[in-house]
Write a protein that binds this ligand. Structure first.
Ligand code: AMP
Length: 407
């Protein structure tokens, strides 16, 4: 299939050419025709599948087709994090280059000045607005948001937004919109609460699903059984021996991220950190330096795991086992994007073995276990028998697996 098979407006084709997209990705193939027909859509697709273009291209095309003289809000994209809002806005800039379509991203995290700038921009109007729920509600409450020309609502990463507690804000935004609109909902997973939300806000939606819940083929995964006190030596050993110029280390808490950052700094590594205690501008700067290869390593919490599109990350290290299979897949999905090769290592201490075992069960394969270097000594033994007998299962801490679509 070719992009020219879609009934998109000519300026959209020009943008697609300029961006160098050869052919549509599977989610684009399935969802663009539905969106162009003006229907509501519920799509199960993860970041990395091309889902942003899947909703932006047909929405831009419809805006052009309708005639776009006044730059009032025609489409609203709601997304969970600032990073995603910025990223969608950047993709949109490329896509709307040849079209007379304006955009505005409203994501908070800035100072009072940026609130005023956003307010002014909202009053002036823009065709497509990309927002995070909390910040947008502040503007909505002040009464100057004009939805009278709104035709399209897009909920991006809907499952994540619900997990982050945005349900009430989202409903408030939706309730202040015209009922006669097209609604597109994208979610990486389809748990019951997402289906319930879909029922409430979508009108006879078509459903498409791209189940890429398994990691990309190009990711080489391995695990190291380690005691906590061995982890830092193993980390520095791997970072220096692999000699990869772009690595992300994930840790579960911001305190751990801060600690690791300090440790690696002490070792004179070219490292940055990303966690929620940093100002938005600081996080952006770290990302920028990392993307430009001025930073070789970043240590991050899960803020980073979803959606952030950085090309050429060679190595992902999970300093602890993520507490859920979905997070594992998102984290290792930062590497080996778009058919490249990458490595994902996971450090598994004794307490985390059951979580890792669950990940292996979900992936339906045993992940190779790496041998610790002699200088670090022996690590614990990976013993899954305790999870297979009744006694062991009874002792196992509760571990919630999110609703996950399998291939
Ligand atoms: P997303 O899933 O929206 O985060 O997109 C992941 C990456 O794929 C982004 O860098 C997009 O620019 C890129 N992309 C989207 N659609 C295509 C396409 N049809 N061909 C090549 N790359 C694409």
């Amino acid at each position: 299939m070719n992009f020219r098979d879609f009934k998109l407006e000519e300026p959209v084709f020009e943008s697609i050419d300029a961006m160098g997209y050869d052919k549509p990705t599977p989610i684009q193939e399935k969802s663009i025709p539905i969106t162009l027909q003006g229907k509501d859509l519920i799509a199960c697709a993860q970041t990395g599948t091309g889902k942003t273009a899947a909703f932006l291209l047909p929405v831009i095309s419809q805006i052009i087709a309708k005639g776009n003289d006044e730059h009032k809000i025609k489409a609203l994209v709601i997304t969970p994090t600032r990073e995603l809002a910025i990223q969608i806005d950047q993709q949109l800039e490329g896509m709307s280059y040849f079209a007379n379509v304006s955009s505005l991203a409203i994501y908070g995290g800035g100072d009072g000045m940026s609130f005023e700038v956003e307010k002014k921009a909202l009053l002036e109007g823009a065709d497509i607005i990309i927002v995070t729920p909390g910040r947008f509600i502040s503007h909505l409450n002040l009464g100057y948001v004009d939805f009278s020309s709104l035709d399209h609502l897009i909920l991006d990463e809907a499952d994540r937004m619900l997990d982050m507690g945005f349900m009430e804000d989202i409903m408030k935004i939706i309730n202040s919109m015209p009922k006669n609109r097209q609604t597109l909902m994208f979610s990486a997973t389809m748990p019951t609460k997402i289906r319930q939300l879909a029922k409430k806000i979508l009108n006879e939606p078509e459903e498409v699903s791209i189940a890429i819940s398994k990691p990309a083929e190009g990711v080489f995964q391995a695990a190291f059984m380690v005691y906590n006190e061995q982890k830092i030596s193993l980390l520095t050993h791997l970072l220096s021996s692999k000699n990869i110029d772009s690595s992300i280390i994930f840790s579960s808490t911001k305190d751990n991220v801060k600690k690791l950052y300090k440790e690696l700094k002490k070792l004179k590594m070219n490292v940055g950190a990303i966690h929620s205690d940093l100002e938005q501008s600081e996080r952006q700067e770290v990302l920028r330096l990392f993307k430009n290869r001025e930073l070789q390593v970043i240590v991050a919490t899960d803020v980073m795991a979803r959606g952030i599109d950085i090309e050429g990350v060679g190595l992902v290290i999970n300093y602890e086992v993520p507490s859920d299979v979905e997070d594992y897949i998102h984290r290792i999905g930062r590497t080996a994007r778009a058919d490249t090769k990458g490595i994902a290592f996971t450090f598994v201490n004794n307490e985390d073995q059951y979580k890792f075992y669950d990940i292996e069960k979900f992936l339906e394969k045993s992940i190779p276990k790496g041998k610790l270097p002699d200088s670090i000594g022996e690590g614990p033994i990976y013993d899954t028998t305790k999870f297979n007998n009744k006694e062991g299962r009874g002792k196992r801490p509760t571990y919630k697996r999110k609703n996950f679509k399998k291939k």
